[in-house]
Design a binder for this molecule. Structure first.
Ligand SMILES: [Zn+2]
Length: 94
């Protein structure tokens, strides 16, 4: 418990994760943002994971400052991603 390594959700990149039991000797974590349960692995958040935040923005009506706080990404970064998604999904239905 002396380690102060910050765990990140591999799916959405949030820092808001809790310990969620063990599996085969590995510590498992649960993300409180997207409910993803995972075993810790050293891996970067892939670009696909950003889509979770886009959903928060569109479907859950969160503001970008709120998402920035939850995700740890800057508002500027989020704007850039969301603009990309809006451009790449011209047939998006809300
Ligand atoms: Zn997550």
């Amino acid at each position: 418990m002396s380690k102060c390594r910050v765990e990140k959700c591999p799916r959405c990149g949030a820092l808001n994760v809790i310990k969620w039991g063990r599996q085969c000797g590995h510590q498992r974590y649960k993300c409180k943002v997207c409910d993803n349960v995972y075993t810790y692995r050293r891996k970067d958040v892939s670009s696909a994971n950003r889509f979770v935040w886009f959903e928060w923005w569109i479907l859950r009506k969160q503001t970008i400052p709120q998402i920035a706080e939850l995700s740890g990404h800057s508002e500027r970064q989020l704007h850039r991603w969301f603009d990309e998604y809006l451009e790449n999904y011209p047939t998006w239905h809300i």
